[in-house]
Write a protein that binds this ligand. Structure first.
Ligand code: COA
Length: 372
């Protein structure tokens, strides 16, 4: 195969009006708005609305949208039963994948006119779905999945901790969800579009996407980054162990990117929140270790941190268990996936590329008694 197209690197696989990634080496825009402006000034609900409907909501539209999402948080009783049956040692991403698929049997999509409602339902439901399973198995309780927190991030943290988040925790989650919401033709979004392009139902497309996001080369990198950082007691220890890992040609999770060449524009934004949290929580070790890892990776490999790297410490400072890191990505990216399914369906053609054949030349079939 032409190595230039291995992994479809650099291949334009379709048109999209949702986001631009890495134009001129860096930069990220959702529907023309820069990620810096959105992270600084918008709420995640506003961004979800923007991605789904193509324009920023007015205050009246936003209030109605938030109210609607809050009203869609109740888990169907049968789904609760299924969540309880999913074993305790299951990876939380598999819980969401299964929960999404199960919801597709309870509230199926009969025709595509339901797609916006299903997108909203999944957006509203994923935090409760995740925390209900987690509480049942790890906190020994049956969770009430409803809270009076209007924001998705605040709702998730309240469900997880059984207390209201602090202002900085709520704000960090808001920004984090905005940063993770959309990223053009990344692997999981592409998987969703491939599934949608067969005219399969909405839940099948999202289930494909969740399965694709799970891997450590994609969404799973934030968990893998945390597991790396946890091994180091101090910045000096991080540096010496990292040098050994690099000498052994290890891949360091949370670094590098397929599209960005100079930097990931989301990284500095979440890094700022990680630093703020380290100060507020009076626990600088993890942040300082992270900074040293970043410095060594820049010096030794000329690689920059991607969004997943400082998300790990930011989440850790909010007492979020590491296995729930990638599920937070799902709670956010459901907005981008949904926007792409809408877009794919609006101008659909089956996605079915070709491969370059590298197998044997045509040959005669031998009956079994004449073989080898
Ligand atoms: N640690 C160490 N080396 C890395 C690296 C990392 N995180 N990311 C890339 N490299 C090196 C590769 O080893 C390779 O070196 P080589 O040419 O000497 O073999 C080179 O940089 C190109 O990497 P490659 O994996 O071919 O790039 P890609 O475009 O196929 O992959 C990623 C992009 C994101 C999958 C890759 O950078 C990676 O695996 N990063 C870690 C996982 C991660 O953080 N994923 C989240 C992405 S948002």
């Amino acid at each position: 195969m032409d190595t230039n197209t291995a992994g479809l690197a650099g291949v334009v696989a379709g048109q999209s009006a949702i986001a631009t990634v890495g134009h001129a080496g860096s930069g990220l825009n959702y529907r023309g708005y820069s990620i810096d402006d959105l992270a600084e000034q918008a709420s995640f609900d506003e961004v979800a609305y923007l991605l789904h409907y193509g324009h920023l909501p007015t205050q009246t539209e936003l209030d109605a949208y938030t109210k609607r999402l809050v009203s869609l948080r109740t888990l169907p009783p049968v789904l609760k039963t299924v969540l309880k049956l999913i074993p305790k040692d299951t990876h939380p991403m598999d819980v969401l994948r299964t929960g999404c698929s199960m919801l597709g049997t309870l509230e199926p999509e009969h025709d595509f006119s339901q797609q916006y409602d299903i997108a909203d339902r999944l957006l509203a439901l994923f935090p409760g779905m995740m925390c209900y399973w987690y509480a049942w198995h790890y906190q020994g309780k049956e969770l009430n999945e409803l809270t009076d927190e209007p924001t998705v991030g605040g709702h998730f943290l309240t469900l997880l901790h059984g207390r209201k988040p602090t202002e900085i925790e709520r704000n960090m989650m808001n920004v984090s969800l905005i940063l993770y919401a959309e990223h053009e033709f990344n692997a999981s979004t592409f998987a969703a579009r491939v599934t949608a392009a067969t005219l399969a139902d909405f839940y099948s497309a999202i289930t494909s996407a969740i399965g694709t996001l799970r891997g450590p080369l994609h969404g799973g990198a934030n968990e893998a980054a945390m597991e790396l950082l946890e091994q180091f007691e101090s910045p000096d220890e991080a540096e010496s162990k990292l040098m050994t890992m690099l000498a052994n040609k290890a891949k360091i999770m949370g670094f590098g990117h397929r599209v960005y060449k100079d930097c990931d524009p989301r990284s500095d934004i979440i890094k700022h929140w990680s630093k703020e949290l380290s100060q507020v929580k009076n626990d600088k070790r993890l942040y300082e270790v992270s900074e040293r890892v970043e410095a060594v990776m820049r010096r030794e490999k000329k690689l920059f941190p991607n969004l997943d790297f400082y998300s790990a410490s930011a989440y850790h400072y909010c007492d979020i268990p590491t296995p729930l890191f990638t599920p937070i990505f799902v709670m956010s990216r459901i907005t981008g996936w949904s926007a792409h399914v809408f877009e794919q369906r609006a101008d659909n053609r089956l996605i079915r590329p070709s491969s370059e054949y590298t197998g044997p030349a045509p040959r005669a079939f031998l009956p079994i008694d004449r073989r080898g």
